[in-house]
Design a protein around this ligand. Structure first.
Ligand code: DGJ
Length: 721
């Protein structure tokens, strides 16, 4: 039986990915197809994007928009590419040359389509990697200069897609510091809508590059056709949604070309970042599950491995600590039962000690007043208590009050003839300069070699670029944004080739960097400095559309005014951590928290690796309900949050999702506060998946007090975990 199955799988997998049929190129996954047609005039057009046909025969649809429209000839809308040739001719014509396919593994295939300009020889290679089981496609482009002199690129998209629907609904996520991922949905009208960032660093400060595009009508969690897209790029990005005169929507995605004309030398290749997308005809929920499955396997470092629970000291102590205080905190971490203590900002600087955010950045040596025995001592003390030790860094930045600034004034981005411009009293280092690249790598490498027990890094980046000028780039200033991001990736690649597994948290003044270009090198990210648990319900909900739970760091803090139970239940929805003074907890709160950590460790595999079902949206009612179901549907964890509920709110029964209708599940309320009992009428009952999904549960029995919450565990009858 096993053998037959294996053979069938092999046969199936050999037929997906890239197929060339007469004049068509078909890229497909388990449920999706992207079909390109080669036209008689050698243009390649996108004839179809959507659910796969059972027959696999797309020959009757052969038209569509160009797959990579170039500016300068007949195309008059926003182009995928625009360039000036060496002779300043501003036109490009891209004709089909060849296509090929390759298989990276059973589940992953890449299609390459080569286009060329017949006069100037400019080569454009479009790549599409398809992930069969996850229904995800990744698209990126290479542009090659075949002329004898440099050419100038003024537009260089990663990908270009066309849609034909009656209406287009765009869901985007914008915000600010401590207000990340505010969701807005709007109907697109004729003309252009751009989503973009021009910030250089901390590029998600106001806007993220993750979006949904619903076709015909707004999609819900379970219904509607929707594309979920995001760009794997930590620098400036731009999406252009243009509805043309025929109501076709053209979607250009890629690096933002703002102030970024790029000069390509002869034979030089410009490689764009990857645009990652999935398509679902069952609404946003399925789209998210596709992305989560893809991300854990292919998009995030150690994505299918466990994560450490931790105690962080940022909100609890700020920069006011010393060695003795920290060792006390290690005892608190041990008492709580978490795996790691994370020392935040404020541990470095001697000539200019880091006692506030005005000094010290760049001088990555322990402050000998605060930490006379050094980091090695802290690692040892933590290890002696059975916990690990991690540390905060912000290697790309410098305070003017630092030795680094005094020694290397030319290592800093700043305009000639203009005053310096500060953000959080700091400046951005010129990462385009290879010496700065080495400095970043060496900073991390030295810390890790000198302290081999160091088990975790939080990599911060607290400002965006202003005063955008690289002394190193000289006359090539328009390369700054692109080269900075590429140099950052080079540093991370060097770190990862020496330290492939070390967990590193991606942080940027809250959620200023949250993208899959970075997450290849990071294990998790910091979503927001807003840790008020009520706010976090919304923020984490929004991130969950695009990122799996094991990447979304969520700490119990004192910021919100809610009960410890509510704050803990919110943090447990994603990757649990703490940032509180444990010694200030009452005996009951301490007992609850210690149990909560144990409970989280027992159930976290379901949260991290299960399928997420968002059942009740906080954006639509005074309640949020989400659940995770493990792969074989034997176990589920259900989170229920009453938000700013009012007496007049009516909460109906909640129909669960994702369970096996044929299985029976025991329902148990977990994470109860000591001395309290569950008032859930179905607590401890055995209920079929069918019942739970058709009749559902009353998750709001009794009075629905504001800011209260419950966590339930559902376990298949007879199963033991
Ligand atoms: C911004 C981060 O988001 C915070 O968590 C904290 O690490 C501070 N920086 C430290 O300066």
């Amino acid at each position: 039986m096993q053998k037959t199955l294996g053979a069938a799988l092999l046969l199936l997998s050999c037929t997906f990915g890239f197929t060339q049929q007469a004049k068509q190129i078909i890229i497909d996954t388990r449920n999706l197809a992207l079909v390109f047609s080669i036209q008689p005039n050698k243009k390649v057009t996108q004839s179809y994007l959507g659910n796969k046909l059972m027959s696999g025969d797309y020959s009757k649809i052969s038209g569509g928009g160009e797959i990579y429209p170039a500016a300068g000839m007949e195309y008059q809308f926003e182009p995928a590419i625009r360039m000036l040739h060496a002779d300043q001719n501003p036109s490009l014509e891209l004709q089909y040359v060849s296509s090929s396919g390759s298989r990276q593994e059973n589940n992953v295939a890449t299609t390459n389509i080569v286009l060329e300009d017949p006069v100037y020889g400019t080569e454009v290679i479009l790549h599409y990697t398809s992930y069969y089981n996850e229904d995800v496609i990744k698209a990126w482009t290479e542009i090659i200069n075949r002329e004898k002199k440099a050419v100038e690129l003024t537009e260089y998209a990663s990908s270009f897609l066309h849609f034909n629907a009656d209406e287009y609904w765009l869901t985007q996520f914008h915000g600010d510091w401590a207000r990340e991922m505010q969701m807005v949905e709007e109907k697109l009208t004729n003309g252009i809508k751009n989503l973009e960032s021009k910030l250089g660093t901390r590029t998600n400060f106001y806007q993220t590059q993750a979006f949904f595009l619903s076709l015909n009508r707004p999609s819900t969690e379970t219904e509607g056709e929707v594309l979920a897209g995001t760009l794997a790029w930590t620098g400036n990005f731009k999406y252009t949604f243009e509805i043309d005169q025929r109501n076709t929507l053209n979607l250009r995605s890629g690096i933002n070309s703002f102030a970024s004309e790029y000069f390509l030398q002869p034979r030089e290749v410009f490689t764009t970042p990857e645009f990652i997308f999935t398509f679902s005809d069952h609404g946003k929920g399925q789209a998210s599950r596709n992305l989560h499955r893809w991300a854990r396997k292919y998009g995030v470092l150690n994505g299918s491995e466990g994560r450490m629970t931790l105690l962080n000291n940022w909100e609890a102590t700020g920069m006011k600590f010393n060695e003795t205080r920290l060792v006390e905190l290690f005892d608190e971490a041990k008492n709580l039962g978490v795996d790691l203590f994370l020392l935040d900002d404020g541990w470095f600087g001697n000539k200019y000690p880091r006692n506030d955010d005005k000094a010290g950045l760049g001088d990555w040596i322990e402050d000998s007043t605060k930490l006379p025995s050094g980091i090695g001592y802290l690692v040892k003390e933590a290890e002696a208590r059975g916990i690990k030790f991690g540390i905060w860094l912000e290697p790309e930045m410098v305070n003017p009050k630092s030795q680094l600034y005094e020694q290397h004034p030319d290592w800093i981005l700043k305009l000639p003839n203009r005053p310096e411009n500060y953000g959080r009293n700091q400046l951005v280092l010129d990462l385009c300069n290879p010496k700065v690249e080495d400095f970043l790598f060496n900073t991390v490498d030295r810390l890790l070699t000198e302290n081999p027990g160091l088990a975790f890094i939080k990599w911060d980046c607290n400002r965006s670029m202003t005063n955008q000028y690289s002394p190193y780039l000289k006359e090539r200033q328009t390369h700054l944004f692109v080269d900075y991001t590429r140099a950052w990736y080079k540093v991370l690649q060097r770190i990862r080739s020496k330290y492939p597994k070390l967990p590193i948290m991606l942080c940027s003044g809250g959620g200023g960097r949250t993208d899959y270009g970075a997450l290849k090198y990071f294990t998790e990210f910091w979503p927001s400095d807003n840790t008020d648990a009520l706010e976090r319900v919304y923020i984490q909900w929004s991130y969950s559309y695009f990122f799996p739970a094991n990447t979304i760091s969520s700490h119990v803090t004192d910021m919100g005014k809610q009960s410890l139970k509510f704050r803990t239940d919110v943090a447990m929805m994603d990757k649990l951590g703490y940032d509180i003074r444990v010694q200030n907890l009452s005996p009951g709160e301490l007992e609850f928290s210690k149990e909560a950590v144990k409970t989280y460790k027992r159930v976290s595999n379901v949260i991290w690796f299960g399928d997420l079902y968002r059942i009740e949206s906080p954006y639509e009612s005074d309640r949020a309900v989400v659940m995770y179901v493990n792969e074989n549907k034997s176990r589920a964890i259900l989170f229920n949050y009453h938000l700013n509920t009012r007496r007049q709110d009516i909460f109906n029964r909640v129909k669960l999702q994702g369970l096996d209708p044929a299985k029976k599940y025991r329902l148990e309320e977990i994470n109860l506060f000591p001395g309290t009992r569950s008032i859930q009428p179905d607590n401890d009952k055995l209920l079929s998946g069918d019942y739970l999904m058709k009749i559902g549960l009353n998750l709001s029995p009794g009075r629905t007090n504001p800011l209260t919450s419950n966590i339930y565990e559902l376990t298949e009858e007879g199963a033991r975990f």
